[in-house]
Design a protein around this ligand. Structure first.
Ligand code: MG
Ligand code: ZN
Length: 224
C-alpha cells in the first residue's frame, strides 16, 4: 500500500493540471460549468431536465453526460432542448479532467452559457477528481436515507451547493431532516442547500435562481 500512494498523487496532480486548462478554456469562451454529483437514482438527470426547461430562452445550455455504458441520460438532456455530449467512461466510476477535455472538444463553447456535467452516479471517487468546472453540486435524495453525510464525508465536504431531492416523499419514509442537516453542517458549514422535488416542482425556483445568479456573477467578474 505504501508504494501506491505516490502514484495516486501523481495521477491526481496531472488531473488537476488538466482541470486548470479546462477551466481556462471555459472562462475564455464565457461558459459557466457545474459538476453534478450524486448516487445513482438521486435525480441528476431529472434536475438537469428541469434546469434546461426552466432556463429556456434565458441561457444557452449544454450537458455533458458521464455514463458507464449507455446514452439514456444524454438522450433525455437532448430531448429537453440542450446540446448533449455523451462520455462513455468504459466502466470507470467517475469522470476526470481528460474525459471532460474530450467532451469540450465536441461542443461549440462560444455558443454556450451554462454547461452542466452529469458525473457518474457514485458518492466516492468523483469527489477526488477536479474537472475544471466552476461549482460542484451534490444531489442527495430523501429515499437514500438521512445518514449519507456521515457515511460519505469526502463528498459532502467538497461541494459548493447541495440539492435535497424528492422532498415530496418525506411523509412516507423515515428521513430525519435535522439529523441530516446537522451532519452536513459539521462537514461543510453554511453550505447552500435546496430542498426540492423534481416530481412536484416544489423548490425548483430557488435552485434556478441560484444558477442564474452564478452565471451572472461569473460574467460580472470576467467583465470587470
Ligand atoms: Mg442520470
Ligand atoms: Zn471512480
Amino acid at each position: 500500500m505504501g508504494k501506491r500512494i505516490p502514484i495516486v498523487e501523481k495521477i491526481l496532480s496531472a488531473n488537476d493540471r488538466l482541470a486548470t486548462q479546462n477551466r481556462a478554456r471555459l472562462e475564455q469562451a464565457g461558459v459557466v460549468a457545474l459538476n453534478l454529483m450524486a448516487s445513482p437514482g438521486a435525480g441528476k438527470t431529472s434536475l438537469i431536465e428541469h434546469t434546461i426547461r426552466g432556463l429556456h430562452g434565458e441561457l444557452r445550455l449544454a450537458v455533458v453526460d458521464g455514463d458507464v455504458a449507455t446514452s439514456i441520460d444524454a438522450d433525455r438532456a437532448a430531448a429537453a432542448g440542450a446540446r448533449a455530449v455523451q462520455i462513455n467512461t468504459g466502466g470507470e466510476c467517475h469522470l476526470d479532467a481528460v474525459m471532460l477535455q474530450g467532451a469540450l472538444n465536441e461542443l461549440p463553447l462560444e455558443e454556450i452559457d451554462l454547461l452542466i456535467v452529469e458525473n457518474v452516479g457514485n458518492l466516492i471517487c468523483p469527489a477526488s477528481f477536479q474537472l475544471g468546472t466552476h461549482k460542484s453540486v451534490l444531489i442527495a435524495s430523501v429515499p437514500e436515507g438521512d445518514d449519507k453525510p456521515y457515511k460519505y464525508p469526502g463528498m459532502y465536504r467538497g461541494v459548493e451547493a447541495l440539492v435535497i431531492n424528492k422532498i415530496d416523499l418525506l411523509p412516507y419514509v423515515s428521513f430525519d431532516m435535522d439529523y441530516f442537516r446537522r451532519g452536513v453542517e459539521v462537514l461543510n458549514p453554511g453550505l447552500v442547500t435546496f430542498p426540492l422535488s423534481c416530481r412536484t416542482g416544489e423548490g425548483l425556483q430557488a435552485w434556478l435562481a441560484w444558477v442564474r445568479d452564478l452565471v451572472a456573477g461569473v460574467r460580472a467578474k470576467r467583465d470587470a
